[in-house]
Design a protein around this ligand. Structure first.
Ligand code: NDP
Length: 249
């Protein structure tokens, strides 16, 4: 069968480092143009775009803070101006500010909710109208096993990641008859800089709770995202794919 679809255009927030870089790489290598977002690490973004460009992939980089609605609108407009459409949005950018509830400040709470949850709202809102007009869209929100199970020291992070489940299901219902799917991927503990910050003693306890007996790799998350954003995945919406080594079964 001949593939008659146009070249798909994706935005991956936080798409130049960690899990996001793996998602950018997987989608770009499958022929999608990827607009990789970053907030402050321009060097990592330029390096990834240069490397993938040298391999024949189509990647652009865009600076913006997903916690600022105007930045989200501007980044989406940049991609629309250069590529005419956004077919795929991966809301991957995320942060942690870990403290027990007793020590957590109101600002610690809002900082994490603003980027991890409101960021997904701002970005999705910025791409939605043109996805509806194109009768095609794939939105994937990167949640976490912590949003499914909770975790000590992460009431803000867990709330933001659980919030993505309700956000996903509600937006999926609103857009199901418009050619748009909205799904979550919920990673377990993946070997990235975010997890490298976990102290060694805590890491031993984490590994003991993962039936597969190891940390996940970023490319294993990218594979699940790639599956959900495929043109053929139009019957999967409002779902969560857990990629966590069996941690939450
Ligand atoms: P990293 O810390 O390695 O990378 C985070 C990315 O998010 C960076 O590219 C960063 O951009 C970007 N980012 C951070 N803040 C903002 C912001 N305000 N605006 C725009 N971009 C921003 O994280 P991971 O790769 O580990 O995590 C990626 C996602 O996966 C997150 O949502 C995380 O919660 C989730 N996750 C991760 C797990 C893990 O084990 N690593 C487990 C479960 C979920 P810049 O490069 O400019 O700093």
């Amino acid at each position: 069968m001949t593939n008659t679809s146009p070249q798909r255009v994706a935005i991956v927030t936080g798409g130049a480092r960690g899990i996001g870089a793996a998602i950018t790489t997987a989608l770009a290598k499958s022929g999608v143009h990827v607009a990789a977002g970053y907030s402050s690490n321009a060097a990592a973004a330029e390096e990834l775009a240069g490397k993938l460009g040298a391999e024949g992939c189509s990647v652009s980089v865009h600076q913006g803070n997903v916690g600022v609605p105007e930045d989200c609108e501007r980044v989406v407009q940049e991609v629309l101006d250069s590529h005419g459409r956004v077919d795929i949005l991966v809301n991957n950018a995320g942060i942690t500010v870990d403290k027990t509830m007793r020590r957590m400040s109101v600002e610690d709470w809002h900082a994490v909710l603003r980027i991890n949850l409101s960021g997904a709202f701002y970005m999705s809102k910025s791409v939605l109208e043109q996805m509806i007009a194109n009768k095609f869209g794939r939105i994937v929100n990167i949640s976490s096993v912590v949003g499914q199970m909770g975790n000590i020291g992460q009431v803000n992070y867990a709330a933001s990641k659980s919030g993505l489940f309700g956000f996903t299901q509600s937006l999926a219902r609103e857009t199901a008859n418009k050619g748009i799917t909205v799904n979550c991927v919920a990673p377990g503990y993946i070997e990235t800089e975010m997890v490298a910050a976990v102290p060694e003693a805590a890491m031993e306890k984490i590994l003991a709770r993962i039936p597969v007996g190891r940390l996940g790799q970023a490319h294993e998350i990218a594979r699940a995202v790639q599956f959900l954003v495929d043109d053929d995945a139009g019957f999967i919406t409002g779902s969560v794919i857990s990629v966590n080594g069996g941690m939450d079964m």
